[in-house]
Design a binder for this molecule. Sequence first.
Ligand code: SAM
Length: 181
Amino acid sequence: MICVLRLSHRKIRDQRVSTHVFLVARAFGADEGVLCGELDKNLLDGIAKITKVWGGNFKVRYEENWRKFLIERKKEGWKIVHLTMYGLDFEEEIKKLKNKIGKKDGKIVVVVGSQKVPPEVYQIADINIAVYNQPHSEVAALAIFLDRLVDKKTLEKKLEGGVIKIIPDRCMKKVIRVKKD
Ligand SMILES: C[S@@+](CC[C@H](N)C(=O)[O-])C[C@H]1O[C@@H](n2cnc3c(N)ncnc32)[C@H](O)[C@@H]1O
């Protein structure tokens, strides 16, 4: 089980990037997205609609208190992974995490920031992981991290269902409707 938590969302400033965080989470194998910061119903509805149309079981919801959420998840046995440029090298750490996720009860919360991340997040996290020790983007960091963590077979299985499907084609857009709305 993989949950992606987006910290400190600002409705006007972050709408596009936070949406992309959840689009990447869903497409790259996460099971759940949690929005913290300002409540943004349009964003949550938009992601739910994408899942309905394109398949999978990705759930997205709002959580007012990220601290309480992370502490509770930790107690329930989830591993908290914070993506930050200040963290340890992801190539090494991902091997250990992959082991965990493969197990039936493997549960990981991946935390991505937006504005300045509170120091407490670094302390609550079981591990702070960097996708290279350079500043870049939460969307890129999450995509690279999940791509390494989740294998392709699991990914395809997680995204079954939906009402439309792409037929990959070299030179045109081919989309079929697999069932009625
Ligand atoms: C654009 S950064 C801003 C970070 C913020 N100024 C701070 O104090 O941490 C937003 C988020 O992108 C992610 N991020 C950026 N660079 C990263 C890297 N090299 N490795 C992992 N995550 C990264 C982190 O989750 C970070 O919180």
